[in-house]
Design a protein around this ligand. Structure first.
Ligand SMILES: *Cc1c(COP(=O)(O)O)cnc(C)c1O
Length: 383
């Protein structure tokens, strides 16, 4: 399906002959890794977050390429995602960010995966179930209240260091409002940072070595770049995308989107004034028009909530938009002003065509979500 991943073959086309497909631009991925690494202080390493099939980009091709350009630390959400990377030959550290049942400890060990200890109880259960020492990073709850042992439970956290079948290699926490510039959120984030650093300090005072420390994800680095950490966990920004539109931030850190999304024109037809398009008759032509039907729909991951929102599309380097409701397998675009449009023409929904480029931030905003959700739900069929 995917052939020839090397630094020479920078652009990998995933089945371009199909009705709809994604393209990955590995040169842009490399650019983003370099730009983001440059923000990090000396000694802080790049950890690539490739959960949810690398946010819809394909975890195996993305991680394989990252290995090739020297990335040595990865994070996934689940045990199965970690095993998939190992089976594909990915080298370096792989940290599972989510919960893994203690009964699966042998799989963690045999696949050389690092498990997050979701709290002290989980850490003790892993220790009890593991036949051999299992590698873990302890998670500390500094205010998100999702995973992690409460930062103030120092005695209980320190007691984990005596457990014989836990190899504690690191400790981390997660910021929950690092993207916000609101004063309340900035103060909360600073509290999270100091609570995490204090936890590490108190453990060291008790002769417990917390190992590698990490706290920031994409916005954590973009807004708080100078923290004394050993890793930064990059998800969305590594893919060249922010969660929501922010021209100022993109001006400062010029990220380049890795993913393009394209489909093809199936048919072109004339519309008479007053005729309507697609289910529900939500779009009505008020003058003679030409409409093209395109081979992609909401079953391929384009949110149906984009209906009626003038979702932009590019045809022959020119910009147009979707008209009427999106269907499961198809949608319809206006090509009145693109008279050369023909069946078989490529239609771009994300990425560049000629001088125009469509970004995921705008599509996600129109769909009422963030790019993280939009991208990880793009599942083009047959790919
Ligand atoms: C998903 C995730 C990340 C990556 O977040 P981005 O905002 O996409 O950079 C980092 N850390 C944890 C714990 C996560 O769950």
């Amino acid at each position: 399906m995917i052939t020839n991943i090397s630094s020479d073959a920078m652009i990998i086309r995933l089945m371009p002959e199909r009705r709809a497909w994604k393209e990955l631009d590995f040169e842009n991925l490399k650019w983003n890794v370099e730009k983001l690494s440059a923000l990090l202080p000396e000694g802080c390493a790049f950890m690539a977050v490739v959960k949810a099939d690398a946010y819809g980009h394909g975890a195996v091709p993305v991680s394989t390429y990252l290995n090739l350009i020297g990335v040595r630390a990865f994070a996934v959400a689940t045990l199965q995602e970690g095993i998939k990377l190992r089976r594909a030959g990915i080298r370096g550290e792989i940290l599972i960010l989510g919960y893994t049942p203690p009964q699966e400890a042998s799989l963690l060990i045999s696949n050389n995966l690092i498990q997050t200890a979701a709290d002290c109880a989980h850490a003790r259960a892993l220790n009890a179930a593991a036949p051999y020492p299992v590698k873990v990073h302890l998670k500390i709850d500094t205010g998100m209240h999702r995973l992690g042992e409460r930062a103030e439970h120092i005695e209980e956290i320190a007691s984990l260091f005596a457990l014989p079948r836990l190899r504690i290699l690191g400790m981390y926490s997660h910021l929950c409002a690092a993207d916000s510039q609101e004063i309340d959120d900035v103060l909360f984030t600073r509290m999270q940072i100091s609570s995490f650093l204090r936890t590490a300090e108190l453990l060291r005072k008790k002769d417990c070595d917390p190992g590698k420390l990490h706290l920031q994800s994409s916005y954590g680095v973009l807004n708080y770049p100078d923290l004394p950490m050993d890793y930064a966990r990059f998800g969305i920004a590594m893919y060249g995308v922010l969660s929501s539109p922010d021209a100022k931030l993109l001006g400062r850190v010029p990220l380049r989107p890795v993913l393009s999304l394209r489909a093809r024109i199936a048919t072109v037809r004339e519309l008479k004034p007053g005729e309507t398009v697609s289910y529900g008759r939500r779009f009505r032509a008020d003058a003679p028009m030409r409409a093209a039907t395109v081979t992609i729909g909401y079953a391929d991951g384009l949110p149906r909530s984009l209906s009626g929102r003038e979702l932009p599309a590019l045809v022959r380097g020119r910009r147009t938009h979707v008209i009427g409701n999106l269907c499961m397998d198809q949608l319809i675009i206006d090509v009145t002003h693109i008279p050369e449009a023909r069946p078989g023409d490529v239609v771009t929904f994300l990425g560049a065509d000629g001088p125009c480029c469509l970004r995921a931030e705008e599509m996600a905003e129109k769909a009422g979500t963030i790019t993280n959700e939009l991208l990880c739900r793009l599942h083009v069929r047959d790919e």
